[in-house]
Unconditional design. Sequence first.
Length: 91
Amino acid sequence: MTISVKDLAKALAEKRETTQKEALETIEDLFELVLEKSKSGDKVKVPLGYFEQIVRPARKGHNPQTGKAIEIPESRVLKFKVSSSVKNSLN
């Protein structure tokens, strides 16, 4: 089962006795800040683990349809690393 952001906002609103709109804005603001801080190179720690921007270097690859060699450019991605306490609680 997949839980949406709206579902999380509804549960948060019930837990905090606030409106679903305020809870949704809080969740959206949180993830906006995580992305903003990660883009600036900061590691963002949260109770479940941490978010960190990593750089994938440029590399050579091939087109699987034609077999022709291609150059894959450098890219930046957001990585999430789960904390050991969360891993232990799941197992």
